[in-house]
Write a protein that binds this ligand. Structure first.
Ligand code: ZN
Ligand code: ZN
Length: 149
């Protein structure tokens, strides 16, 4: 269950400010929709949820751009579901996500924070310079495991 507090307008505005971002109406609305959603959402589902609101529509290009930006900023996670459709979920607020690894559910596209630090980088051969590392941990979340047992 998502608490009302994290999807409130002030909470979303302060989350955007915390990453040093401009608080634009599109960012506020997309992050608000993700935080209010019960699970990971596809582009189409987010588009549909936003269309229900009284505000002017957000065009598809802007929506894609805002979603990708939210992922880069660490405010949202992206993972493919069982059909290969990308799904987005709000990152747990007030948590340093670079300090732990994430589990991506291949069933529902959900992304879960694990209480485990990322592994140390391997020793690189001479002349190589490390720019980044991503750990890809995949499987099924308890809800998806239960759904076919
Ligand atoms: Zn799942
Ligand atoms: Zn996390």
């Amino acid at each position: 269950m998502k608490s009302q507090a994290t999807s409130s307008l002030p909470a979303i505005q302060s989350a955007l400010r915390a990453v040093g971002a401009r608080v634009t109406p599109a960012r506020v609305r997309v992050l608000g929709a993700l935080r209010a959603a019960p699970g990971a959402q596809s582009h189409a589902e987010i588009e549909e949820a936003l269309a229900q609101e009284a505000h002017p529509a957000i065009d598809r290009v802007t929506l894609y751009r805002v979603l990708d930006w939210l992922c880069t900023a660490g405010l949202a996670h992206k993972a493919a579901d069982a059909r290969g459709v990308f799904r987005f979920s709000a990152a747990q607020p007030n948590v340093e996500h670079a300090a732990h690894v994430h589990f991506r559910c291949t069933g529902c596209g959900g992304v879960f924070c694990l209480k485990a630090p990322p592994p140390p980088a391997p020793k690189l051969p001479r002349g190589f310079r490390l720019a980044g590392m991503a750990v890809d941990i995949r499987g099924e979340c308890p809800r998806c495991v239960r759904s076919h047992s």
